[in-house]
Write a protein that binds this ligand. Sequence first.
Ligand code: GDP
Length: 314
Amino acid sequence: MGLAERILQGDIRAAARLMKEVDDQIPSAVQELKKLYPHTGRAYVLGITGSPGVGKSTLTDKLITAFRAEGKKVGVLAIDPTSPFTGGAILGDRIRMQSHATDPGVFIRSLATRGAMGGLSKSTNAMAHILDAMGMDIVLIETVGVGQDEVDIFKTAQTAVVVTVPGLGDDVQAIKAGILEIAHIFVVNKADREGADRTVAELTMMLDLGHYGERDWRPMIIKAEALRGVGIEDLLEAISRHRAYLSRGPGLVTHRLERARVEFLEILRDMLAGRVLEGLEAQGRLEQIIAQLAAKETDPYSVAEEVLKERLRG
Ligand code: GDP
């Protein structure tokens, strides 16, 4: 039986293996992803973002427990911006989520930020498809919300949660504008610390200015103490309210269309660039072109046009 078939039967080892192949960019992985794609779209994708240390993994850990209590299977993708070299193992996450390590209904995977162009959001999509196809009810994607890649990743979530903490007034500003605008729920975590109410007030004011939230969904603000499990019920309630809101209107369909569009364009761009570069490198022309450009013998616009024309003809 192939990897895809095994994954569709919920085989955890097959899923882990395909994820590794996606990570290593092994060409045959794409064949498996093709087989999985028609079976995806069932899982609910939840995005959790916020600066390092705000309590995302503590919160994720509690959410996993809560979802498991409801009998839901949970896949977690933790995007690790700090380790391009380690293969993305986040020690902290691993430790904090270890209580779920032996639970077959939970699958946690870290992804390192890749240097490759646009690679991160593409491979995150692939990983999310694998978790979806293997039967996870919830796919939780955790990011720190900095680069454009992360904004794209955050957009794949049906419900997007931004986590912040008291006393980090600038923190909210530090989160990329693109992320604030698509947030559906704000969590003010570490509410045991001083200033939680002020942070809630600041967020409320920001929302009152009306720049955030989509059409008729006003983002909800939840106070939490993830460490003690306080506020988790409220967060779950907010998530299901947003989910219900989406299913009542055109939200889910719109989201699915948008997600398909973004993913397709990304894969197309990536494939096109890959093919063109492959050709240039095979002919040893890339270095030649670069030398000519540096010597100002030609310009990058003309060369790019020329190379594309050749390739599209070929
Ligand atoms: P992440 O980097 O956003 O994933 O944050 P972590 O989940 O690793 O949490 C960072 C630190 O904050 C850890 O030491 C947690 O124990 C602590 N923490 C998490 N939630 C709370 C909370 O509600 N109150 C307090 N005081 N500390 C918390």
